[in-house]
Design a protein. Structure first.
Length: 477
Protein backbone atom coordinates (compact mmCIF):
# COMPACT_ATOMS: atom_id res chain seq x y z
CA UNK A 1 0.00 0.00 0.00
CA UNK A 2 2.77 2.55 0.72
CA UNK A 3 4.47 1.46 -2.56
CA UNK A 4 1.32 2.16 -4.55
CA UNK A 5 1.01 5.60 -3.02
CA UNK A 6 4.59 6.44 -3.89
CA UNK A 7 4.07 5.44 -7.55
CA UNK A 8 0.87 7.49 -7.69
CA UNK A 9 2.68 10.55 -6.37
CA UNK A 10 5.56 10.22 -8.83
CA UNK A 11 3.15 9.75 -11.78
CA UNK A 12 0.54 12.35 -10.83
CA UNK A 13 2.94 15.10 -9.83
CA UNK A 14 4.32 15.61 -13.36
CA UNK A 15 0.83 15.53 -14.84
CA UNK A 16 -0.32 18.19 -12.39
CA UNK A 17 2.65 20.41 -13.20
CA UNK A 18 1.98 20.11 -16.95
CA UNK A 19 -1.68 21.05 -16.51
CA UNK A 20 -0.79 24.08 -14.38
CA UNK A 21 1.86 25.22 -16.91
CA UNK A 22 -0.58 24.95 -19.83
CA UNK A 23 -3.22 27.01 -18.06
CA UNK A 24 -0.69 29.69 -17.11
CA UNK A 25 0.58 29.91 -20.71
CA UNK A 26 -2.92 30.37 -22.07
CA UNK A 27 -3.59 33.17 -19.62
CA UNK A 28 -0.27 34.87 -20.48
CA UNK A 29 -0.90 34.60 -24.26
CA UNK A 30 2.06 32.28 -24.87
CA UNK A 31 1.89 29.54 -27.54
CA UNK A 32 0.68 26.20 -26.50
CA UNK A 33 2.89 23.16 -26.16
CA UNK A 34 3.52 21.18 -29.30
CA UNK A 35 1.15 18.44 -30.32
CA UNK A 36 2.76 15.09 -29.57
CA UNK A 37 -0.02 12.92 -30.93
CA UNK A 38 0.75 10.18 -33.40
CA UNK A 39 -0.23 11.08 -36.95
CA UNK A 40 -2.92 8.95 -38.49
CA UNK A 41 -3.98 7.59 -35.09
CA UNK A 42 -5.00 10.41 -32.79
CA UNK A 43 -6.94 12.12 -35.60
CA UNK A 44 -9.67 9.53 -35.41
CA UNK A 45 -13.06 10.46 -34.03
CA UNK A 46 -13.85 10.21 -30.31
CA UNK A 47 -16.09 7.21 -30.88
CA UNK A 48 -13.33 5.27 -32.52
CA UNK A 49 -11.13 4.62 -29.47
CA UNK A 50 -11.29 0.94 -30.01
CA UNK A 51 -10.21 1.30 -33.57
CA UNK A 52 -7.34 3.57 -32.49
CA UNK A 53 -6.23 1.07 -29.86
CA UNK A 54 -6.36 -1.76 -32.36
CA UNK A 55 -4.44 0.35 -34.95
CA UNK A 56 -1.65 1.09 -32.48
CA UNK A 57 -1.48 -2.38 -31.10
CA UNK A 58 -1.36 -3.92 -34.59
CA UNK A 59 1.86 -2.08 -35.42
CA UNK A 60 0.37 -0.17 -38.36
CA UNK A 61 2.51 2.85 -37.62
CA UNK A 62 5.32 1.23 -39.58
CA UNK A 63 5.55 1.86 -43.33
CA UNK A 64 5.69 -1.76 -44.45
CA UNK A 65 3.19 -3.11 -46.99
CA UNK A 66 1.86 -5.67 -44.51
CA UNK A 67 1.23 -3.05 -41.82
CA UNK A 68 -0.47 -0.72 -44.35
CA UNK A 69 -2.82 -3.51 -45.49
CA UNK A 70 -3.57 -4.52 -41.90
CA UNK A 71 -4.31 -0.96 -40.89
CA UNK A 72 -6.74 -0.48 -43.73
CA UNK A 73 -8.85 -3.52 -42.77
CA UNK A 74 -9.01 -3.22 -39.01
CA UNK A 75 -12.46 -4.38 -37.88
CA UNK A 76 -13.61 -4.25 -41.48
CA UNK A 77 -13.52 -0.48 -41.56
CA UNK A 78 -11.34 1.75 -43.67
CA UNK A 79 -8.78 3.80 -41.81
CA UNK A 80 -7.61 7.06 -43.49
CA UNK A 81 -3.84 7.51 -44.20
CA UNK A 82 -2.13 10.81 -43.60
CA UNK A 83 0.94 10.10 -45.79
CA UNK A 84 0.05 8.24 -49.00
CA UNK A 85 2.83 6.34 -50.76
CA UNK A 86 4.19 8.23 -53.85
CA UNK A 87 5.14 6.33 -57.02
CA UNK A 88 8.82 5.63 -57.58
CA UNK A 89 10.51 8.06 -60.07
CA UNK A 90 13.13 6.44 -62.34
CA UNK A 91 16.68 7.79 -62.16
CA UNK A 92 16.70 8.68 -65.89
CA UNK A 93 14.41 8.34 -68.83
CA UNK A 94 15.32 5.66 -71.29
CA UNK A 95 13.67 7.55 -74.18
CA UNK A 96 12.70 11.20 -74.51
CA UNK A 97 8.99 11.92 -74.27
CA UNK A 98 7.17 12.00 -77.53
CA UNK A 99 6.25 15.40 -78.88
CA UNK A 100 2.58 16.11 -79.46
CA UNK A 101 1.40 15.82 -83.01
CA UNK A 102 0.68 19.36 -84.04
CA UNK A 103 0.49 20.74 -87.52
CA UNK A 104 3.55 22.70 -88.58
CA UNK A 105 5.75 21.39 -85.76
CA UNK A 106 8.18 18.56 -86.38
CA UNK A 107 11.22 17.19 -84.60
CA UNK A 108 13.59 18.62 -87.20
CA UNK A 109 12.11 22.10 -86.78
CA UNK A 110 12.68 22.09 -83.03
CA UNK A 111 16.09 20.37 -82.98
CA UNK A 112 17.69 21.15 -86.36
CA UNK A 113 20.32 18.82 -87.69
CA UNK A 114 23.93 20.07 -87.82
CA UNK A 115 24.60 21.51 -91.28
CA UNK A 116 28.15 21.81 -92.70
CA UNK A 117 28.95 24.46 -95.34
CA UNK A 118 29.77 23.14 -98.80
CA UNK A 119 33.49 22.96 -99.71
CA UNK A 120 34.90 26.06 -101.42
CA UNK A 121 35.18 25.89 -105.20
CA UNK A 122 38.65 25.22 -106.66
CA UNK A 123 40.67 28.31 -107.60
CA UNK A 124 40.33 29.43 -111.20
CA UNK A 125 43.07 28.73 -113.70
CA UNK A 126 44.11 32.38 -113.67
CA UNK A 127 43.80 34.27 -110.39
CA UNK A 128 45.77 36.93 -108.60
CA UNK A 129 47.89 35.73 -105.69
CA UNK A 130 48.48 37.58 -102.43
CA UNK A 131 52.12 38.26 -103.30
CA UNK A 132 51.23 39.48 -106.77
CA UNK A 133 51.44 37.56 -109.98
CA UNK A 134 49.22 35.49 -112.21
CA UNK A 135 48.42 31.88 -111.30
CA UNK A 136 48.87 29.45 -114.19
CA UNK A 137 48.07 25.99 -112.91
CA UNK A 138 50.87 24.96 -110.58
CA UNK A 139 52.99 28.02 -111.50
CA UNK A 140 52.86 31.75 -110.75
CA UNK A 141 53.87 34.29 -113.38
CA UNK A 142 55.27 37.57 -112.04
CA UNK A 143 57.16 40.54 -113.42
CA UNK A 144 56.44 42.88 -116.32
CA UNK A 145 56.80 43.33 -120.09
CA UNK A 146 57.38 46.72 -121.73
CA UNK A 147 56.94 47.30 -125.45
CA UNK A 148 56.88 50.44 -127.56
CA UNK A 149 58.62 52.57 -130.13
CA UNK A 150 61.97 54.40 -129.73
CA UNK A 151 63.82 57.13 -131.52
CA UNK A 152 67.64 57.39 -131.45
CA UNK A 153 69.94 60.24 -132.30
CA UNK A 154 73.69 59.69 -132.50
CA UNK A 155 75.84 62.28 -134.21
CA UNK A 156 78.46 61.03 -136.67
CA UNK A 157 77.12 57.46 -136.87
CA UNK A 158 75.04 55.45 -139.30
CA UNK A 159 72.27 55.60 -136.71
CA UNK A 160 72.15 59.40 -136.68
CA UNK A 161 68.36 59.31 -136.96
CA UNK A 162 66.86 55.87 -136.39
CA UNK A 163 63.48 54.47 -135.38
CA UNK A 164 63.09 51.13 -133.72
CA UNK A 165 60.74 48.76 -131.92
CA UNK A 166 61.73 48.02 -128.33
CA UNK A 167 60.78 45.12 -126.06
CA UNK A 168 62.04 44.78 -122.47
CA UNK A 169 60.75 41.71 -120.56
CA UNK A 170 61.43 41.00 -116.90
CA UNK A 171 59.47 37.83 -116.16
CA UNK A 172 59.65 34.97 -113.65
CA UNK A 173 57.61 31.77 -113.77
CA UNK A 174 57.86 30.03 -110.38
CA UNK A 175 56.30 26.76 -109.28
CA UNK A 176 53.81 26.81 -106.40
CA UNK A 177 54.76 23.47 -104.85
CA UNK A 178 54.89 22.65 -101.12
CA UNK A 179 58.39 21.20 -101.65
CA UNK A 180 61.06 21.80 -104.27
CA UNK A 181 60.95 24.70 -106.71
CA UNK A 182 61.26 25.19 -110.45
CA UNK A 183 61.77 28.70 -111.83
CA UNK A 184 62.14 30.12 -115.33
CA UNK A 185 63.33 33.69 -115.89
CA UNK A 186 63.64 36.04 -118.86
CA UNK A 187 65.17 39.49 -118.62
CA UNK A 188 66.67 41.82 -121.18
CA UNK A 189 66.21 44.54 -123.77
CA UNK A 190 65.81 44.00 -127.50
CA UNK A 191 65.60 46.79 -130.12
CA UNK A 192 65.03 46.28 -133.84
CA UNK A 193 66.26 49.37 -135.74
CA UNK A 194 65.39 50.43 -139.24
CA UNK A 195 69.09 51.02 -139.92
CA UNK A 196 72.48 50.20 -138.41
CA UNK A 197 71.76 46.70 -137.08
CA UNK A 198 69.84 45.50 -134.02
CA UNK A 199 70.63 45.52 -130.30
CA UNK A 200 70.10 42.62 -127.91
CA UNK A 201 70.99 42.35 -124.24
CA UNK A 202 69.53 39.84 -121.86
CA UNK A 203 69.52 36.36 -120.39
CA UNK A 204 67.28 33.34 -120.10
CA UNK A 205 67.52 31.01 -117.12
CA UNK A 206 66.02 27.93 -115.51
CA UNK A 207 66.64 26.78 -111.92
CA UNK A 208 65.49 23.60 -110.18
CA UNK A 209 65.77 23.33 -106.40
CA UNK A 210 65.39 19.90 -104.79
CA UNK A 211 64.77 19.82 -101.04
CA UNK A 212 66.51 16.58 -100.14
CA UNK A 213 66.13 17.28 -96.42
CA UNK A 214 65.00 20.15 -94.27
CA UNK A 215 68.56 21.48 -94.08
CA UNK A 216 69.95 20.14 -97.39
CA UNK A 217 69.15 21.45 -100.87
CA UNK A 218 70.36 20.64 -104.38
CA UNK A 219 70.19 23.29 -107.14
CA UNK A 220 70.47 22.71 -110.88
CA UNK A 221 70.70 25.83 -113.06
CA UNK A 222 71.12 26.66 -116.74
CA UNK A 223 71.60 30.26 -117.90
CA UNK A 224 71.98 31.78 -121.36
CA UNK A 225 73.20 35.35 -121.82
CA UNK A 226 73.69 37.53 -124.87
CA UNK A 227 75.32 40.92 -125.41
CA UNK A 228 75.00 41.81 -129.05
CA UNK A 229 76.06 45.31 -130.18
CA UNK A 230 74.86 47.17 -127.06
CA UNK A 231 72.86 50.42 -127.13
CA UNK A 232 73.83 52.49 -130.15
CA UNK A 233 76.53 50.23 -131.62
CA UNK A 234 76.20 48.54 -134.95
CA UNK A 235 77.92 45.72 -136.71
CA UNK A 236 79.30 44.17 -133.51
CA UNK A 237 79.95 40.47 -133.40
CA UNK A 238 78.13 39.93 -130.13
CA UNK A 239 78.94 37.63 -127.23
CA UNK A 240 76.95 34.57 -126.15
CA UNK A 241 77.41 32.49 -123.00
CA UNK A 242 75.76 29.32 -121.69
CA UNK A 243 76.46 28.43 -118.06
CA UNK A 244 75.38 25.15 -116.40
CA UNK A 245 75.87 24.67 -112.65
CA UNK A 246 75.02 22.22 -109.89
CA UNK A 247 75.16 23.30 -106.24
CA UNK A 248 74.80 21.39 -102.97
CA UNK A 249 73.80 23.51 -99.98
CA UNK A 250 73.70 22.38 -96.35
CA UNK A 251 72.59 24.42 -93.35
CA UNK A 252 73.57 23.60 -89.79
CA UNK A 253 72.50 25.84 -86.93
CA UNK A 254 73.68 29.32 -87.98
CA UNK A 255 76.15 28.12 -90.62
CA UNK A 256 75.45 27.48 -94.31
CA UNK A 257 77.92 25.81 -96.67
CA UNK A 258 77.43 25.63 -100.46
CA UNK A 259 79.57 23.73 -102.97
CA UNK A 260 79.06 24.69 -106.64
CA UNK A 261 80.49 23.17 -109.81
CA UNK A 262 79.74 23.82 -113.45
CA UNK A 263 80.95 24.74 -116.91
CA UNK A 264 80.58 27.88 -119.01
CA UNK A 265 80.64 28.00 -122.79
CA UNK A 266 81.58 31.32 -124.44
CA UNK A 267 81.34 31.94 -128.18
CA UNK A 268 81.29 34.92 -130.54
CA UNK A 269 80.29 35.36 -134.12
CA UNK A 270 83.22 35.84 -136.51
CA UNK A 271 85.87 35.77 -133.79
CA UNK A 272 88.36 33.19 -132.50
CA UNK A 273 87.50 33.86 -128.84
CA UNK A 274 85.43 30.73 -128.25
CA UNK A 275 86.35 28.82 -125.09
CA UNK A 276 85.04 26.44 -122.41
CA UNK A 277 85.51 27.30 -118.76
CA UNK A 278 84.85 24.71 -116.02
CA UNK A 279 84.61 26.27 -112.57
CA UNK A 280 84.13 25.34 -108.93
CA UNK A 281 83.49 27.39 -105.78
CA UNK A 282 82.96 26.95 -102.04
CA UNK A 283 80.92 29.43 -100.04
CA UNK A 284 80.31 29.67 -96.30
CA UNK A 285 77.94 31.91 -94.39
CA UNK A 286 77.64 32.56 -90.65
CA UNK A 287 74.46 34.20 -89.37
CA UNK A 288 75.46 36.56 -86.55
CA UNK A 289 71.92 37.93 -85.95
CA UNK A 290 68.43 37.42 -87.39
CA UNK A 291 69.12 40.22 -89.91
CA UNK A 292 72.88 40.03 -90.52
CA UNK A 293 75.39 37.44 -91.74
CA UNK A 294 79.00 37.37 -92.85
CA UNK A 295 80.18 35.24 -95.74
CA UNK A 296 83.34 34.11 -97.49
CA UNK A 297 83.79 32.51 -100.88
CA UNK A 298 86.70 30.98 -102.77
CA UNK A 299 86.67 29.66 -106.32
CA UNK A 300 88.71 28.75 -109.35
CA UNK A 301 88.34 28.08 -113.07
CA UNK A 302 90.29 26.93 -116.13
CA UNK A 303 89.81 28.78 -119.42
CA UNK A 304 90.36 26.41 -122.35
CA UNK A 305 90.22 27.98 -125.81
CA UNK A 306 89.20 26.08 -128.90
CA UNK A 307 92.28 27.48 -130.64
CA UNK A 308 95.19 26.85 -128.30
CA UNK A 309 97.37 29.56 -129.88
CA UNK A 310 96.58 32.93 -131.37
CA UNK A 311 97.83 34.29 -134.69
CA UNK A 312 101.22 35.13 -133.11
CA UNK A 313 101.70 31.60 -131.76
CA UNK A 314 101.12 32.57 -128.10
CA UNK A 315 99.40 30.06 -125.87
CA UNK A 316 96.00 31.32 -124.77
CA UNK A 317 94.82 28.96 -121.99
CA UNK A 318 94.88 30.21 -118.39
CA UNK A 319 93.91 29.41 -114.80
CA UNK A 320 91.98 31.81 -112.61
CA UNK A 321 90.90 32.11 -109.02
CA UNK A 322 89.28 34.53 -106.58
CA UNK A 323 88.62 35.15 -102.91
CA UNK A 324 85.62 37.18 -101.75
CA UNK A 325 84.40 38.27 -98.31
CA UNK A 326 81.56 40.53 -97.26
CA UNK A 327 78.40 41.15 -95.31
CA UNK A 328 74.95 39.83 -96.20
CA UNK A 329 71.73 41.48 -95.08
CA UNK A 330 69.01 38.89 -94.77
CA UNK A 331 65.64 39.59 -96.32
CA UNK A 332 63.76 42.21 -94.33
CA UNK A 333 61.27 45.03 -94.75
CA UNK A 334 64.00 47.70 -95.18
CA UNK A 335 67.37 46.15 -96.15
CA UNK A 336 68.21 43.17 -98.33
CA UNK A 337 71.27 41.97 -100.27
CA UNK A 338 75.02 41.61 -99.86
CA UNK A 339 78.14 43.73 -100.30
CA UNK A 340 81.63 42.25 -100.64
CA UNK A 341 85.17 42.77 -101.90
CA UNK A 342 86.69 40.35 -104.41
CA UNK A 343 90.38 39.68 -105.07
CA UNK A 344 90.83 37.91 -108.41
CA UNK A 345 93.85 36.72 -110.36
CA UNK A 346 94.71 34.83 -113.51
CA UNK A 347 97.79 32.81 -114.44
CA UNK A 348 98.54 32.29 -118.14
CA UNK A 349 100.09 29.22 -119.63
CA UNK A 350 102.31 31.40 -121.82
CA UNK A 351 105.39 32.20 -119.74
CA UNK A 352 105.92 35.54 -121.45
CA UNK A 353 102.58 36.88 -120.11
CA UNK A 354 102.62 38.14 -116.55
CA UNK A 355 99.99 37.13 -114.04
CA UNK A 356 96.96 39.39 -113.92
CA UNK A 357 95.57 40.52 -110.52
CA UNK A 358 92.72 42.90 -109.64
CA UNK A 359 90.53 44.01 -106.72
CA UNK A 360 86.97 45.22 -106.99
CA UNK A 361 83.53 45.33 -105.40
CA UNK A 362 80.85 42.74 -105.92
CA UNK A 363 77.25 42.42 -104.71
CA UNK A 364 73.81 43.99 -104.72
CA UNK A 365 71.89 45.90 -102.08
CA UNK A 366 68.23 47.00 -101.83
CA UNK A 367 66.94 49.73 -99.52
CA UNK A 368 63.23 50.39 -98.87
CA UNK A 369 62.91 53.42 -96.55
CA UNK A 370 59.15 53.73 -97.20
CA UNK A 371 56.51 51.51 -98.78
CA UNK A 372 56.60 53.78 -101.87
CA UNK A 373 60.39 54.11 -102.28
CA UNK A 374 62.99 51.53 -103.31
CA UNK A 375 66.67 52.18 -104.01
CA UNK A 376 69.25 49.69 -105.25
CA UNK A 377 73.02 49.35 -105.57
CA UNK A 378 74.71 46.83 -107.88
CA UNK A 379 78.42 46.11 -108.33
CA UNK A 380 80.26 43.47 -110.39
CA UNK A 381 83.99 42.82 -110.89
CA UNK A 382 85.68 40.37 -113.25
CA UNK A 383 88.88 39.73 -115.20
CA UNK A 384 88.43 39.22 -118.93
CA UNK A 385 90.54 38.45 -121.98
CA UNK A 386 89.80 40.65 -124.98
CA UNK A 387 91.25 41.03 -128.44
CA UNK A 388 92.75 44.30 -127.23
CA UNK A 389 94.37 42.63 -124.19
CA UNK A 390 93.60 41.75 -120.60
CA UNK A 391 90.73 43.74 -119.08
CA UNK A 392 89.67 44.53 -115.54
CA UNK A 393 85.93 45.13 -115.72
CA UNK A 394 84.17 46.98 -112.90
CA UNK A 395 80.50 47.97 -113.11
CA UNK A 396 78.56 50.06 -110.58
CA UNK A 397 74.88 50.99 -110.89
CA UNK A 398 72.39 52.97 -108.79
CA UNK A 399 68.65 52.64 -109.28
CA UNK A 400 65.61 54.39 -107.79
CA UNK A 401 61.92 53.54 -107.87
CA UNK A 402 59.40 56.03 -106.46
CA UNK A 403 55.60 55.84 -106.29
CA UNK A 404 54.57 59.49 -106.75
CA UNK A 405 50.86 58.80 -106.60
CA UNK A 406 48.64 55.76 -106.53
CA UNK A 407 48.67 55.65 -110.33
CA UNK A 408 51.98 57.42 -111.12
CA UNK A 409 55.44 55.83 -110.80
CA UNK A 410 58.92 57.16 -111.61
CA UNK A 411 62.13 55.17 -112.14
CA UNK A 412 65.75 56.16 -112.66
CA UNK A 413 69.11 54.45 -113.14
CA UNK A 414 72.76 55.56 -113.31
CA UNK A 415 75.46 53.13 -114.44
CA UNK A 416 79.21 53.34 -114.93
CA UNK A 417 81.32 50.61 -116.54
CA UNK A 418 85.11 50.87 -116.48
CA UNK A 419 87.25 48.63 -118.69
CA UNK A 420 90.87 48.89 -117.57
CA UNK A 421 92.91 47.44 -120.43
CA UNK A 422 96.57 46.63 -119.89
CA UNK A 423 97.38 48.00 -123.33
CA UNK A 424 96.33 51.48 -122.21
CA UNK A 425 93.10 51.83 -124.22
CA UNK A 426 90.88 52.28 -121.17
CA UNK A 427 87.19 52.92 -121.82
CA UNK A 428 84.68 54.39 -119.38
CA UNK A 429 81.04 53.96 -120.40
CA UNK A 430 78.34 56.07 -118.71
CA UNK A 431 74.66 55.27 -118.96
CA UNK A 432 71.58 57.04 -117.59
CA UNK A 433 67.90 56.27 -117.98
CA UNK A 434 64.59 57.57 -116.61
CA UNK A 435 60.95 56.62 -117.03
CA UNK A 436 57.56 57.95 -115.96
CA UNK A 437 54.57 55.61 -115.92
CA UNK A 438 50.86 56.34 -115.59
CA UNK A 439 48.41 53.56 -114.78
CA UNK A 440 45.57 53.54 -117.28
CA UNK A 441 44.16 50.11 -116.35
CA UNK A 442 44.52 47.71 -113.47
CA UNK A 443 47.78 46.17 -114.76
CA UNK A 444 48.44 48.34 -117.78
CA UNK A 445 50.69 51.44 -117.68
CA UNK A 446 51.54 54.11 -120.23
CA UNK A 447 55.33 54.67 -120.08
CA UNK A 448 57.62 57.43 -121.39
CA UNK A 449 61.37 56.59 -121.46
CA UNK A 450 64.61 58.46 -121.92
CA UNK A 451 68.11 56.96 -122.23
CA UNK A 452 71.57 58.40 -122.59
CA UNK A 453 74.93 56.71 -123.16
CA UNK A 454 78.44 58.00 -123.72
CA UNK A 455 81.84 56.33 -124.15
CA UNK A 456 84.88 58.10 -122.72
CA UNK A 457 88.12 56.78 -124.17
CA UNK A 458 91.49 57.71 -122.66
CA UNK A 459 92.80 60.75 -124.52
CA UNK A 460 89.34 61.94 -125.63
CA UNK A 461 89.43 60.17 -128.99
CA UNK A 462 86.41 58.40 -130.46
CA UNK A 463 84.07 59.59 -127.71
CA UNK A 464 80.43 59.31 -128.77
CA UNK A 465 77.07 60.04 -127.12
CA UNK A 466 73.59 58.77 -127.91
CA UNK A 467 70.10 59.89 -126.86
CA UNK A 468 67.10 57.59 -127.01
CA UNK A 469 63.48 58.52 -126.28
CA UNK A 470 60.54 56.16 -126.33
CA UNK A 471 56.84 55.73 -125.63
CA UNK A 472 55.13 52.45 -124.93
CA UNK A 473 52.99 50.25 -122.69
CA UNK A 474 53.96 48.26 -119.62
CA UNK A 475 52.04 45.14 -118.65
CA UNK A 476 52.58 43.97 -115.06
CA UNK A 477 51.82 40.58 -113.54
Amino acid sequence: MPLLRTRTIWIGLPLLMMAVGTASAQQAGLPAAPDLRLPGVDDLAEGEDGVRDAYVMSGATSNTPASRQQAETVRGRAVPRRNPVLPQVPARLEQPPALPDQPGITTSSIVPEQQFPPPPPPPPAQADTQDGGLRLGAFILSGEVETGGVYSFRRGDTREHAIGLRSAPDLRLTSNWPRHELQFSARGEFIAWNRGGDDARGNLGATLRLDARRDTRLRLAVDYGVDDAGIGSSGSEGQHEVDSTIALEHERYRTTIALTAGALRHFERGNAQDYTQPHVSLRGRLRTSPALAVYGEVGGDARLYDEKRDSSGIKRNSLGGYVEAGVELLRGPIWEGRVGVRLAGRHYKESSIEDFIGVGGNGNLTWRPTPHTEAGLEAAFSLEDDAAGRVRNQTVALSLRQQLRRDVEARGRLEAENNDVNSGNDVLTLRASASLAWQIWRRLWLVANYGWEKDLVRGGANSQAEHIVGLGLRQTF
